[in-house]
Design a protein around this ligand. Structure first.
Ligand code: ADP
Ligand code: ZN
Ligand code: ZN
Length: 669
């Protein structure tokens, strides 16, 4: 047997993972040592023994072998929670092409004391509109029954709950969690963003009271650590939070719920670019926990898995109180223009708003602005003002400044065009501010609220706006996609989508899916109570399949079209797609390196059956903060071949060139 070596970390914490020590694995232990295994090792001058964890096993020593000591013994064969988290990190490293250190840093809690000042502030006011639900509907109950039967007989699996908006998915989660807790286990509930789903969080509070830990992105590291430790000491049964709450060190995990599983927030933007859905399923496998994914519009990936039978498909097709789904209609804005209406509000939408105002009912106006900004351009020569350090146009803000959303660069709005000196230079594009202005002009008596990036920067701003709207302090809420997530306003009977197609223009293979999701979620905001709701979608592309299926509220129809498109163009989930992002301040060096890398990868791909390399090309934003960016794409339907590509890329260590991998990205590069 060849000699093997283990890299070991002594203190298992986020801060210590950089310090690894190498030890010889004695022959008698070779068969029983795996990644994550706890071991006892001689430490310091060799007189003391300490506990450590194996994070890597290799046959090549990185140090002088004569100086290496041997592992002492294995105190306990079974893997402790820490060991399982290390295994999870190792899985992430393989799956997403990261270093072990970065993967470990992602799964390990950051140890930090809570500063006294930080504790008191924060708490969001959780407004609860109604009391707890008395009885589950027949549909809900049959799902919960199935879960209980599976769970109590030791069947662990992934369930995909596709339930129309307002079908009561949260009640299903809560009942399943209660069963898990009754077995002495804990649950993690992931939500896209706490502030945006605070009504749901309030319902968990209602049920589980003090036994819930809530993690949010505005907490300090210390506060987060304190909540994580409450989970570790089992003083809570449920942890709720965004993506990173997946790594809460629950000792006794029984269930992971991912609400709104289609949300992009579940994909990490830092290496390892992990997806919380895939990672949750792996954590569940390692720790013996079930997983429930829920959405009105599941990702194509998840629905495909459910159709294949890998996930158990659950459906909720009705709203428990029998509230009808809203009536949805589409307005062709090209036709509006032909009829001479240049306003961003169509005649039909105008009339409906008037009607609702007269009945004292509320209205939500949603502007789909994904990937879109108000930029400054010259009406005479067409010049667009760009950031000097990034290849993007500057966004105009109402304070008269233009800002780069990538590097923070700020400049005053110019008085004349820097190119042709024309005075006809100004903001172009439709923003939420513009919509609000237009509404105030058309309906001067109506009170409006606006919710977007600019109005929600302050702590507590989200819940203030939502609570005010809930209490009918305004008639109309204008906002970006922030307003379409799970809020439940019973007095809203009209939802207007100002421009449905903006997200279709993004150069992203998922733009159809994103558009369909947004429109479906937006439509779900209307008619949540006895009063029936109506949804009006304004678009320049009424014939697009994403818009047509959303108007018909036809998920299956959309899925079929989308899958055939993905199959045709070899996109996920049919193929895995890996982005290789290469960055450098030195443009010439980057050009040469990206060509060289591409040549080698194509060479490697030639020997493979199901893998292709595409590129190199400029990134969509080819320069950020004076750093140039180039891309190579790898499309592969074979995990083994893809892994070989990753290994090859890992070998590259080119000075001044930074390489990042993202497998199945959900954002544009
Ligand atoms: P979803 O997350 O599926 O959009 P929610 O879980 O937010 O739906 O539920 C929508 C509304 O229906 C909530 O106000 C909830 O309290 C209510 N609800 C859920 N289940 C029932 C039930 N069985 N009976 C009465 N009301 C219910
Ligand atoms: Zn000009
Ligand atoms: Zn910039």
């Amino acid at each position: 047997m060849s000699q093997k070596y283990a890299d070991i970390i002594i203190d298992i914490s986020h801060e210590a993972v950089d310090r690894t020590f190498q030890y010889i694995i004695p022959e008698e232990l070779q068969g029983s040592i795996e990644i994550g295994q706890q071991v006892l090792v001689p430490f310091g001058n060799g007189k003391t023994e300490r506990k450590g964890y194996v994070i890597n096993i290799t046959d090549k020593p990185s140090y002088d072998v004569d100086k290496l000591k041997s592992i002492g013994c294995i105190p306990d064969k079974s893997l402790a929670l820490e060991g399982k988290m290390i295994k999870l990190a190792a899985w992430m490293k393989e799956k997403y092409g990261s270093t072990m250190i970065n993967a470990l840093k992602t799964v390990m809690p950051v140890k930090e004391k809570v500063r006294q000042v930080a504790i008191k502030s924060q708490e969001v006011e959780y407004v609860i509109e109604k009391g707890p639900v008395e009885e589950l509907s027949y549909e809900q109950k049959s799902l919960v029954d199935e879960f209980v039967k599976d769970y109590n007989t030791g069947i662990l699996r992934t369930y995909l709950l596709r339930g129309i908006t307002g079908s009561g998915k949260t009640e299903v989660y809560i009942e399943c969690i209660k069963n898990v807790i009754s077995q002495g286990k804990q649950a993690i509930v992931l939500v896209p963003e706490i502030a945006l789903t605070y009504q749901n969080v309030a319902r968990f509070k209602q049920h589980f009271g003090e036994r819930v830990a809530i993690i949010n992105s505005k907490q300090s590291k210390g506060e987060k650590y304190r909540e994580f430790m409450r989970a570790n000491q089992q003083s809570v049964d449920v942890v709720i939070g965004p993506r990173s709450a997946l790594f809460a060190p629950c000792k006794n995990l029984g269930l992971i719920v991912i609400d709104e599983e289609h949300d992009n927030a579940y994909k990490s933007e830092q290496t390892p670019c992990y997806h919380a859905r895939e990672t949750a399923i792996e954590r569940g496998r390692l720790e013996g926990a079930s997983v429930i994914l829920g959405s009105a519009t599941p990702t194509i990936e998840s629905y495909c898995m459910a159709k294949l039978g890998t996930y158990r498909l659950w459906e909720l097709k009705e709203r428990p109180k029998g509230a009808e789904l809203s009536k949805v209609s589409v307005v062709d804005m090209r036709q509006e223009l032909r009829l001479g209406n240049r306003s961003i509000i169509s005649k039909e939408l105008h009339d409906l708003i008037e009607d609702r105002l007269s009945k004292k009912e509320q209205i939500m106006l949603f502007l789909n602005r994904r990937g879109y900004n108000t930029f400054v351009s010259c009406r005479e020569c067409g010049e667009v003002i760009k950031c000097p350090k990034c290849d993007v146009s500057l966004s105009l803000h109402n304070n008269g400044f233009m800002m780069c959303h990538y590097c923070g660069y700020i400049e005053r709005h110019p008085k004349e065009c820097p190119k042709c000196k024309s005075k006809l230079i100004g903001g172009f594009g439709t923003g939420t501010e513009k919509v609000e202005e237009e509404i105030n002009k058309l309906f001067p008596a109506a009170k409006t609220l606006r919710m977007d990036k600019d109005t929600t920067t302050k702590k507590g701003a989200y819940s203030k706006i939502l609570t005010d709207f809930l209490n009918h302090k305004a008639d109309i809420l204008v906002g970006t996609q922030m307003i379409v997530k799970g809020h439940d306003f019973s007095n809203v009977t009209l939802v207007g989508v100002i421009l449905a197609d903006m997200s279709l223009f993004a150069n992203d293979y998922r733009s159809g899916e994103i558009t369909f999701d947004l429109l479906t979620q937006a439509a779900g905001r209307a008619g949540r109570s006895e009063k029936s709701g109506q949804v009006l979608i304004q678009t320049y592309q009424p014939e697009h399949y994403a818009i047509m299926s959303a108007a018909k509220q036809d998920y299956e129809g959309f899925y079929d079209m989308e899958m055939s498109y993905r199959r045709l163009l070899r996109y996920p989930p049919v193929y895995n797609m890996m982005v290789i992002l290469m960055e450098s301040e030195n443009e010439n060096k980057l050009i040469a390196a990206s060509k060289g890398i591409f040549k080698e990868l194509s060479e490697l791909a030639k020997g493979m059956d199901n893998t292709r390399a595409i590129g190199p090309s400029d990134a969509t934003i080819s320069k950020i903060n004076n750093v140039y960016r180039k891309l190579i794409y790898i499309k592969s339907s074979d995990e083994y071949e893809l892994k070989k590509m990753m290994d090859k890329i890992e070998e590259y260590n080119i000075e001044n060139i930074n390489i990042t991998l993202d497998v199945n990205p959900v954002k544009m590069y």
